[in-house]
Design a protein. Sequence first.
Length: 108
Amino acid sequence: MKNEEQKFNDLFIYLKKNNLEHINAFQNFMQIVENDGKVSSKVKEAVALGIAIKSQCKGCIFIHTKNALNKGYTKEEILEIAWVAVLMGGGPSFVYLSYVKEALEEYK
């Protein structure tokens, strides 16, 4: 089975072939939002990871866990961020910590 990152990359390739204008606009929007501003891109990544967990988005959890590691977050910091999502999302968010664990193991 393809990993979550590969599924995401495959989706982008598919959309570039079939909805180029839309995917380009979305990528531009992502770049603007994710760049450093009044809030650092590192902090924005932590927020994105928390929202991914709260939203129960498996693919997003993998992507944002990898991005958080690339931004310099440690495993321990990522788990602490994840617990904030559980605080806000309860039991359903707790279950999605398994994907954070899986992503941490995959991208270590």
